[in-house]
Write a protein that binds this ligand. Structure first.
Ligand SMILES: O=C(O)C(=O)COP(=O)(O)O
Length: 309
């Protein structure tokens, strides 16, 4: 029986490293077969997952797990309280996908401002819509970051380099913390951010406090013509209200990587909103970040198993 079960995709080199010392079951389709996954997990000592595997309930009951390795940073798919109670360590890949998300957000800011990057079909079809494709610049505009952890700081660095003014709301970070000044970011209340930001990017985990943080009311208090980028978690934004705000033109655009339900169910209100760019929960995953995330989780899970042996 495998000591380590990996239920979603992981960099092959990191899997090979683990195989050199442990009996590993690596099947990236296991996430879609919960009963088989539960059976495999029941006998293993380490489980390695991405965001889709639900580590809770039956999967934890009866398991003799020592450690859950998380190939990412969001922990909303893991019952961390149950893990704590059972003495199971939870190891996220903190910091290892920051660059991937920060570059995605920067691209989103530029694409939403400029629009013309989506002109390929029109131009290939022979039209020449120059006036319609006159967009805006991000230089001189205000970026509002909701949450000011590691990823948001990497976004701020890039946005500042592009000439943006950056403000952030983070109730957990004191206003005299050195990073505000170091990165040239203004600490603000959420209402100030909503009123002043031309672009808002979300960088908070999904918790009971952040669920539906961007509901119809808060979306309505965003600056008219602002854009929203969500690489955090779908449950933070009320999707139907976002679709309404985009259709009415109250918000100028959105780029959404994460959804309340993934994959996007048929009939989602966001499915056919013209000024809304959709991507499949990929902001944090590049070839490079996958290597980093996988290596750090493999190393820490191995250390944990050796320590517990
Ligand atoms: O780091 C995170 O929380 C992410 O959502 C990244 O995606 P992943 O689950 O690692 O494929």
């Amino acid at each position: 029986m495998a000591e380590i079960v990996i239920s979603e995709f992981m960099d092959e080199a990191a899997v090979a490293d683990l195989r050199a010392s442990f009996d590993v079951l690596y099947d990236k389709t296991l996430v879609d077969r919960p009963e088989e996954l539960a059976a495999a997990a029941a006998g293993c000592r380490a489980l390695i997952v991405r965001n889709r595997t639900q580590v809770r309930g039956a999967l934890l009951e009866g398991a003799r797990l020592r450690v859950v390795g998380r190939l990412g940073v969001g922990l909303d798919n893991i019952d961390c309280k149950a893990c704590r109670e059972r003495g199971i360590a939870v190891i996220p890949a903190t910091g290892a996908n920051n660059t991937a998300v920060a570059e995605y957000v920067l691209a989103g800011l530029l694409m939403l401002a400029r629009g013309c990057y989506c002109g390929t079909f029109a131009v290939a079809a022979g039209s020449w819509p120059r006036e319609r494709m006159v967009g805006g610049e991000i230089s001189g505009k205000v970026l509002g970051l909701v949450g000011f952890g590691g990823i948001a700081r990497d976004v701020a660095l890039r946005a500042r380099a592009c000439g943006m003014r950056v403000m952030a709301y983070d109730p957990f970070l004191p206003a005299d913390a050195p990073d505000w000044e170091k990165l040239g970011v203004e600490p603000v209340m959420l209402e100030t951010l909503l009123a002043e930001a031309d672009a808002v990017s979300l960088h908070v985990p999904l918790t009971p406090d952040t669920r539906q943080l961007f509901d119809a009311g808060r979306l309505a208090r965003m600056k008219p013509g602002a854009v929203l980028i969500n690489t955090a978690r779908g449950g933070i934004v009320e999707e139907a209200a976002l679709a309404d705000a985009l259709r009415s033109g109250r918000l100028a655009g959105a780029m959404v990587d994460v959804f309340e339900k993934e994959p996007l169910p048929a009939g989602s209100p966001l499915a056919d909103v013209p000024n809304c760019l959709l991507t499949p929960h990929i902001a944090g995953v590049t070839r490079e970040s996958n290597v980093r995330v996988s290596a750090v989780v493999a190393r820490k899970v191995a250390e944990c198993l050796r320590g517990a042996a």
